[in-house]
Design a binder for this molecule. Structure first.
Ligand SMILES: C[S@@+](CC[C@H](N)C(=O)[O-])C[C@H]1O[C@@H](n2cnc3c(N)ncnc32)[C@H](O)[C@@H]1O
Length: 229
């Protein structure tokens, strides 16, 4: 199988390094989110709190992990299994460095395509999908893979840019195949991909072109924590 990251050069570049650095700094990242993209990324950092709700012995999959901004939520005591996956070697190097800096010796950091994770079906309690879907060539396939890996009733928490014509910035900046963007979809498309992958109890919140989502893998009856936006 051929692994492919649509924009590995982007993440290896100084722009990718700058992105990795500011995503670890919530205040700076929120300012950049507002000024550049016209949305508030605060909900992204709040979404990481879901890790604390995973019971001891449970499994979290963080894909794409990028440089590891969500590691801030990972417990240091090894009480849960935390698998961080990404396709970009430069991002994985940064993620390993970040894990070391935070003393997170138990995190498993692996190179993997979001559509083909080397994890068993029905094995994860929580799947974090932060800012990946808009980068992928096959976002619908990545959601099918997330649903496969999650236990029935397992939780998906994520964020993605969505394409559309609601603002000038969205029209000009969010274009499939440009920069780090892959097959970036509209909100409607993303909702369709979630449903097709077998997710229900979908909660959505929009801020400008940013879409924050939560959903439950079919088969469980866990109530939604997120408010619908
Ligand atoms: C915008 S970054 C988001 C990273 C991180 N979740 C965050 O919040 O900063 C997108 C990430 O998707 C990764 N990526 C792109 N295509 C991928 C694929 N097919 N499978 C796995 N990761 C991929 C990139 O390498 C990059 O690290």
């Amino acid at each position: 199988m051929k692994l492919r990251v649509s924009s590995d050069d982007f993440y290896a570049s100084p722009l990718g390094a700058a992105y990795s650095a500011y995503m670890e700094r919530p205040r700076l990242s929120r300012v950049i989110g507002r000024v550049v993209w016209g949305g508030d990324s605060g909900r992204y950092y709040e979404g990481m709190d879901a890790v604390a709700e995973v019971p001891a012995g449970g499994t979290v999959v963080d894909c794409p992990c990028g440089a590891g901004p969500a590691f801030r939520a990972a417990p240091r005591d090894g009480s849960i299994r935390y698998v961080a996956a990404d396709l970009s070697p430069s991002m994985l190097r940064r993620a390993r460095k970040r894990a070391r800096r935070r003393g997170l010796t138990g995190i498993e950091i692996v190179e993997a395509d979001a559509t083909a994770l080397a994890l068993p079906a029905d094995s994860a309690d929580l799947f974090l999908s932060f800012w990946g879907l808009h980068c992928y060539d096959d976002p619908a396939g990545a959601l099918v893979e997330a649903a496969r890996v999650l236990k029935p009733g397992g939780r998906l928490v994520g964020a993605s840019f969505v394409r559309g014509r609601e603002s000038l910035r969205q029209r000009l900046l969010i274009k499939p195949g440009v920069g780090a963007f892959g097959q970036v979809g509209t909100q409607r498309e993303l909702e369709g991909w979630l449903a097709a992958a077998g997710f229900d109890q979908v909660g959505l919140e929009r801020s400008g072109p940013m879409l924050f989502f939560e959903a439950i893998a079919a088969g469980g009856d866990r109530p939604m924590a997120a408010a619908n936006g």
